[in-house]
Write a protein that binds this ligand. Structure first.
Ligand code: ZN
Length: 308
């Protein structure tokens, strides 16, 4: 577990699941109260608690725990965490909240979708309903000292996805709405697992661009500058992947062939190809699950088209 101060009032805790650095971040905002954005998976909850201790945050000072969506790598720890943070309320998308209160189905589906990786993330514990705030678009939460978190509904990656605009630094906690940021390479790659909605994701990105953020705080991973430029580049990258998937499907190519053609065409991806291919998690999530998510999306769009 490492802590990085990324602004006067924001710290990043590297949660390091299975010892993997620079992969999952939790952010701690310190104003009059304290808010945590993203908890990471259940398996790293002790790392998060050690991080809070190091930051001299007392458990009772935490007023809010905000999560972008209910995928295990973003919010799997929340049930366990709230047992320690007795004053904290959880902020989650209204469509995610029933699964946070009763995570059995979420866990079963995650095991199916993620396989071995679900064990790396660990089983989520339930959150009592009375501690959940089912968030809707533009709800705002006051942390004090001019720090506010504004909820921005950003669907596409998932049907239960939010990002948080932070008013003092004018930065956005992106969750998975803006891709995966490989901070050492200053490069973004898609996170588009099935059932991905590329059309809706593009609308969400447009919404984020209109906020003119100064910074992006990626859950995977870290603070990024040139925020608007990055969001625009991500839009382009998604459209490129969609086009290659469309051509591949027309030619009857399989996932592997389409994945290879994406690598051949995507200059950003080429920059990090080696890193991704040798990464224990990204090798699967980016080059297989993300590619598959775009392929399935294109297939669905084709079959939904009315016959002439
Ligand atoms: Zn996700």
């Amino acid at each position: 577990m490492h802590i990085t101060k990324i602004d006067e009032h924001i710290h990043l805790i590297d949660l390091e699941p299975a010892g993997i650095e620079d992969f999952i971040a939790s952010y701690v905002l310190i104003g009059k109260n304290v808010a945590i954005v993203e908890t990471g998976p259940a398996s790293t909850v002790q790392n998060l608690l050690s991080g809070l201790k190091k930051l001299n945050v007392k458990p009772e000072e935490v007023a809010y725990v905000a999560v972008s969506h209910i995928h295990l790598d973003h919010s799997g720890a929340v049930g366990t965490l709230l047992k320690y943070l007795l004053q904290a309320k959880l902020i989650v998308h209204q469509r995610g909240s029933p699964h946070i209160a009763n995570p059995e189905k979420l866990w079963a589906q995650s095991k199916k979708a993620l396989g071995r990786l679900s064990q790396v993330y660990g089983e989520p514990e339930p959150v009592p309903e009375e501690r959940i705030i089912a968030a809707t678009d533009y709800m705002t939460f006051d942390i004090g000292n001019n720090i506010k978190l504004k909820v921005i509904e950003t669907l596409g990656h998932a049907s239960h996805h939010l990002v948080y605009y932070e008013t003092l630094s004018q930065g956005i906690f992106t969750g998975d709405a803006a891709g995966i940021y490989l901070n050492k390479y200053d490069t973004v790659v898609p996170t588009t697992p099935s059932p991905y909605r590329l059309d809706i994701a593009l609308q969400s990105l447009k919404k984020l661009i209109s906020l003119k953020p100064r910074f992006l705080y990626y859950s995977h991973f870290g603070k990024a500058y040139n925020a608007v430029e990055k969001l625009q580049a991500y839009k382009k990258q998604l459209k490129l992947w969609e086009e290659i998937a469309r051509q591949g499907i027309e030619k009857g190519e399989n996932l592997r062939a389409i994945s290879n053609r994406i690598i051949e065409s995507d200059v950003a991806l080429q920059k990090v190809e080696k890193y991704i291919k040798s990464h224990p998690i990204l090798s699967k999530t980016v080059l297989e699950q993300s590619v598959e998510g775009v392929i399935r999306y294109v297939e669905r769009m084709y079959t939904q088209k009315p016959q002439p």
